[in-house]
Design a protein around this ligand. Structure first.
Ligand SMILES: Nc1ncnc2c1ncn2[C@@H]1O[C@H](COP(=O)(O)OP(=O)(O)O)[C@@H](O)[C@H]1O
Ligand SMILES: [Mg+2]
Length: 245
């Protein structure tokens, strides 16, 4: 088997005296779509941020293409950032930058030589993907939570990443917008992108995930393939109950 694209090796994360993630080991193959599920506060977002290199483990390691993310050299770290993108549960847009600037910052960081026409078309393309239609000359605080979510999704897509980390990316959206963002991710999956997502939506999990990993109290409590849970009604019910808490 090929080496995994991403790998958590006995990774733990503690903060403010709390053990939030406790010795988690997981592998993510290139092109795989994995759902992280579990009750609220169980550590799903923290595990996702560990895999994405946004949070550094207090013990253990996270590897991308075999290299420890925490000790990678600058050029490899830049490549990792360029090829991966994170959609935050709370959108996490830059508050003092307008929508255009929010999307331009990643492009200017990774492609400083890009011509402004090309940058504009990449920004337009990424916004069209999420269906964001309002002005670009507006600050995030003047948008609804749902609109911010669309912009957060588009900002993540603007670099055309090959790996996506999505944290509850359809929550707080109306049904139409949520369907659009699920369709957008299904399209990425078809293109062979690697996707790790957190969701409480069982229909979305069933639709997209090749594998489901349940996190309970900072530990992996279950890891099953789509085939395993598709043919086992008890397992499916167990997962559905586990994510609705
Ligand atoms: N940096 C941090 N400092 C202190 N507590 C944190 C930190 N990050 C997460 N937590 C806490 O750890 C628990 C798990 O958080 P999180 O990973 O966001 O869970 P989930 O996404 O499953 O709801 C929560 O109680 C949260 O408040
Ligand atoms: Mg969370």
């Amino acid at each position: 088997m090929d080496a995994p694209l991403l790998e958590l090796k006995n990774a733990s994360f503690s903060a403010a005296g709390n053990d939030i993630v406790k010795g988690v080991s997981l592998e993510f193959a290139e092109g795989e779509t994995v759902a992280l599920v579990g009750p609220s506060g169980s550590g799903k977002s923290t595990v996702l941020k560990l895999v994405a290199g946004i949070v550094v483990p207090t013990q253990g390691s996270v590897r991308w293409k075999g290299s420890d993310i925490a000790s990678m050299g600058r050029s490899q770290n830049l490549a990792f950032r360029r090829e991966t993108a994170f959609v935050f549960q709370d959108s996490a847009l830059w508050a003092n930058q307008n929508i255009r600037q929010n999307l331009e910052i990643p492009l200017k960081t990774h492609f400083p030589e890009m011509r402004s026409e090309d940058r504009n078309s990449r920004v337009r393309e990424a916004l069209a993907e999420s269906g964001y239609r309002r002005t670009l000359e507006i600050r995030p605080a003047d948008l609804s939570m749902g609109e911010q979510k669309l912009v957060g999704f588009s900002r993540a897509m603007v670099l055309r990443p090959s790996t996506l980390f999505l944290d509850e990316w359809t929550e707080s959206l109306d049904e139409f917008a949520a369907r659009r963002l699920v369709n957008a991710v299904r399209e990425k999956k078809k293109q062979g992108k690697t996707i790790v997502f957190v969701s409480h939506n069982f229909a979305v999990i069933k639709d997209l995930a090749d594998r489901i990993v349940m996190i309970v109290d900072g530990r992996v409590s279950l890891s099953v393939t789509h085939e395993q849970f598709a043919k086992d009604a008890n397992l499916a019910q167990y997962i559905e109950q586990g994510i609705s808490v």
